[in-house]
Design a protein around this ligand. Structure first.
Ligand code: BJW
Ligand code: ZN
Length: 278
């Protein structure tokens, strides 16, 4: 569907034009058009093919560190081969435009990829950590080297866990005892406290929150849009499907991030003019 004829877009565009402090809350759907699989979508979601209990908990890592480490290496390699899409680029452009006008756009993402950053945006909070911030499972020190490119293997196809090339996590160079783990937030783990606190502070101050590409099922991230509503801000949801949050949203735009976010930024630009030639 042409983004310009998505129901609610005119209302959302008015909100975008008026907003001086914007918070973007992003989820896996924002990166879907880059070729990064989401978690819960039928057919294509990672949790359709893989079990979160076997791969995304601390117990799983302790039970089979090689399995979990190797699977996350595959995810990291896959994401390295995926470019940012029109949605990431639009958010980055909007952030620059608002900053140039003395206003602000803050990004808090559940995504463990680096596509916001590669689109040129600054991210306030990676609520579920990052695939590229490995740390020691024992002492917690960050990995000294970049493990995102090793080991070699096909970045494209989803591996079969039984036959996947198994690689042991490297030993920590700091304590010499522990092994490295992916810097992501697994089920049952706390979100980074500063990331959560900074996101809540930004939501308290914002006039518009844009929630893009999340199923709004994983707590506590799923509650963040309600904090924006509680602070009196409007919340625009960008998601081709209905979510738990949709009925609470000020406007639900049923389109993809790559269609809808550029349209919102064009609306902002059309009103405020270009300050840079990017
Ligand atoms: C598009 C699109 C396009 C498609 N454009 N949109 C009951 C039992 C057990 C636990 C719990 C429980 N109740 C609550 C909990 C706690 C648990 C939780 O919420 N579980 C629920 C699932 C029930 N939460 C936690 O454990 C969290 N920690 C916590 O609560 O700490 C306190 C505590 C401590 C100790 C004990 C108890 C409590 C931590 C949660 C960590 C989540 N981690 C993951 C994995 C990260 C590592 C990795 O990448 O492997 O984070 S899970 C996974 O889901 C990942 C994501 O960030 C997260 C959210 O997913 P997201 O982004 O919403 O993606 P999808 O796939 O769900 O949705 C995609 C959406 O995009 C869809 O809506 C599409 O329609 C849309 N879309 N294409 C726009 N082009
Ligand atoms: Zn260590």
């Amino acid at each position: 569907m042409d983004a310009e004829i998505i129901p609610g877009l005119a209302e959302a565009a008015d909100l975008a034009r008026a907003a001086r402090r914007v918070v973007v809350l992003s989820g896996a759907g924002l990166s879907a058009e880059s070729g990064v699989p989401t978690f819960r979508e039928a057919q294509t979601g990672l949790w359709e093919r893989y079990s979160p209990e076997q791969l995304a908990t601390e117990d799983a890592f302790l039970a089979d560190p090689e399995l979990v480490w190797s699977w996350y290496r595959w995810r990291a390699r896959l994401i390295r081969s995926c470019p940012p899409n029109a949605g990431h680029l639009a958010v980055a452009a909007w952030q620059r435009r608002l900053a140039a006008n003395g206003d602000a756009l803050t990004i808090a993402t559940q995504n463990v990829d680096d596509l916001h950053e590669r689109a040129g945006a600054e991210v306030l909070a990676h609520l579920h950590g990052s695939l590229f911030d490995d740390r020691c499972a024992d002492c917690g020190e960050p990995a000294a080297h970049d493990t995102g490119t090793a080991p070699e293997g096909d970045a494209g196809s989803a591996p079969d866990l039984e036959s996947m090339l198994r690689v042991a996590p490297p030993r920590c160079a700091v304590c010499g005892v522990g092994v490295l783990r992916p810097g992501v937030v697994w089920f049952g783990e706390m979100l980074p406290a500063d990331a959560l606190a900074n996101t809540l502070a930004a939501l308290e101050q914002c006039d518009l929150a844009v929630v893009a590409g999340t199923s709004a099922t994983v707590q506590p991230a799923a509650s963040l849009p309600y904090a924006a509503l509680g602070a009196g801000a409007a919340v625009v949801e960008v998601n081709p499907e209905v979510t738990e949050f949709s009925t609470a949203a000020t406007v639900h735009l049923r389109g993809t991030a790559g269609q809808v976010l550029p349209a919102l930024v064009r609306a902002y630009d059309g009103h405020h003019g270009h300050h840079r030639s990017d």
